[in-house]
Design a protein around this ligand. Structure first.
Ligand code: ZN
Length: 142
């Protein structure tokens, strides 16, 4: 019996949208970075989740972000932790703090791992991978 996981493009694992985060992926596909905002207390939260961790409300909307932020933290991987990453090391995973506050784990484009520093100003770039999935990557802010 053979089976093919629907979330694999080539060998790379892709996110699988779920009801709680489908609006996030829909916005990225439309070229917008939207973050879940509690309709009761206004708290922005990411990753998306059903209930506000601050006030417990289940009501929420999706706020448009500027796409600007800075590198809050990062790690450079030198060992491939998955066969698909065999020829891609070293690569960096960054934690971007948006100017509105939430933090997103992502990757930088056009910045070598050795050039990354805490506080580096960045801006979002929309990277379509499939018809369904567009990733929010970041580049040096202009
Ligand atoms: Zn709340």
């Amino acid at each position: 019996m053979t089976s093919e996981a629907p979330n694999i493009l080539g060998e790379l694992l892709l996110p699988v949208p779920e009801p709680d985060n489908q609006p996030y992926w829909d916005a990225l596909r439309a070229g917008e970075l939207r973050i879940q905002r509690c309709a009761s207390c206004g708290e922005l939260r990411h990753p998306p989740q059903p209930m506000c961790p601050r006030c417990g409300s289940f009501e929420h909307g999706w706020s448009l972000m500027s796409g600007r932020g800075e590198v809050f933290s990062y790690v450079v991987a030198h060992q491939p932790v998955h066969p698909a990453l065999r020829d891609k090391t070293p690569f960096a995973t960054v934690l971007v703090q948006l100017e509105e506050g939430p933090r997103l784990a992502s990757n930088l484009v056009g910045v070598e791992p050795g050039e990354i520093e805490i506080g580096l100003p960045v801006e979002v770039v929309f990277h379509p991978v499939t018809e369904e999935i567009t990733l929010a990557l970041f580049r040096r802010a202009k």
